[in-house]
Design a binder for this molecule. Structure first.
Ligand SMILES: Nc1ncnc2c1ncn2[C@@H]1O[C@H](COP(=O)(O)OP(=O)(O)O)[C@@H](O)[C@H]1O
Ligand SMILES: [Mg+2]
Length: 265
């Protein structure tokens, strides 16, 4: 077999099924006259199709880590390798393109565009890429995710005409419609009541289990983290512990809470 020359910024580390890798990440923020060290040396690997939860208290560095993993921000030092591309070696335009092609993001506060209806919000990744979202493959994919997320009949509603749970389903549809290599979710249930939060967690798990979607979920909630195959416990800018739960249908939080208690967390 002849080996292909690597493109600039590309490394050949995909043979072990790793789709996302962080190597010794640090991140400092300048706050007035002092530096806040949000991340203090984080390394991790995520396998293709894996569901990983980053769990830890408020202020521990979870959102910062997720933003670096998805190329929304750059580390102070260290590297992120996303699907074979070293993000930190890419220019801004290339990094933006990689992020659009490879990642889908879901946030606590939905981040929908208020003046666009459900269809237009979900269609946004295609619109940004200059594709007509009412035709061909784009239209088929949009119909698929609207169906999967039970939004059929809501296409012409604006976000303010939807419940919080429905709004988050729209945000999830928008994140999944481009079939990203990796879905990154930051406290996606943090602004939802218990029942709607449970629905979103079920949808995340289903996309992973049935569609093979790779997911990194940030949460401070054990019920959310208990959906994952593996939980990385974040504390004070570092990964403190790792709990392997494995793929399973019973995803109640009890066993995870017991393991966290054993670790003194
Ligand atoms: N843009 C920013 N500017 C200054 N400090 C920040 C910024 N973002 C986060 N921090 C600080 O970095 C630390 C980690 O924050 P964050 O990653 O948001 O934690 P978490 O998501 O676990 O609550 C906190 O001390 C926070 O105040
Ligand atoms: Mg956060």
């Amino acid at each position: 077999m002849t080996s292909q020359p690597l493109e600039e910024g590309q490394v050949s580390s995909r043979s072990d099924g790793t789709i996302l890798e962080a190597c010794d990440l640090t991140k400092s923020y300048r706050l007035g006259s002092r530096d806040v060290e949000a991340l203090r040396g984080v390394s991790l690997k995520v396998r293709r199709g894996e569901f990983v939860a980053l769990m830890g208290p408020s202020g521990s560095g979870k959102s910062t880590l997720l933003q670096l993993l998805g190329g929304l921000d750059r580390p102070t030092s260290g590297e992120v390798v996303l699907d074979g591309q070293v993000i930190s070696r890419l220019g801004d335009a290339q990094a933006t393109r990689l992020r659009r092609e490879k990642t889908g993001f879901v946030f606590q506060f939905f981040n929908l565009i208020p003046l666009l209806d459900v269809y237009e919000n979900v269609a946004l990744p295609f619109t940004i890429a200059g594709e007509d979202p009412r035709r061909g493959d784009a239209a088929a994919r949009i119909r698929d995710v609207l169906e999967i997320l039970d939004l059929v009949g809501r296409e012409h509603n604006r976000p303010d005409q939807l419940s919080a749970g429905e709004q988050q389903r729209v945000a999830l549809a928008r994140a999944l419609v481009s079939r990203p290599a990796i879905l990154l979710a930051d406290e996606p249930t943090g602004n939802l009541d218990y029942a709607s939060g449970g629905e979103i967690l079920d949808e995340l798990w289903r996309s992973c289990d049935e569609l093979g979607q790779t997911i990194v979920l940030v949460t401070h909630d054990a019920r959310a983290a208990a959906q994952a195959d593996r939980v990385l416990v974040v504390g004070d800018g570092k990964i403190r512990d790792e709990i392997e739960l494995g793929r399973r249908t019973d995803r109640r939080a009890g066993p995870l809470i017991a393991r966290l208690a054993q670790l003194g967390l």
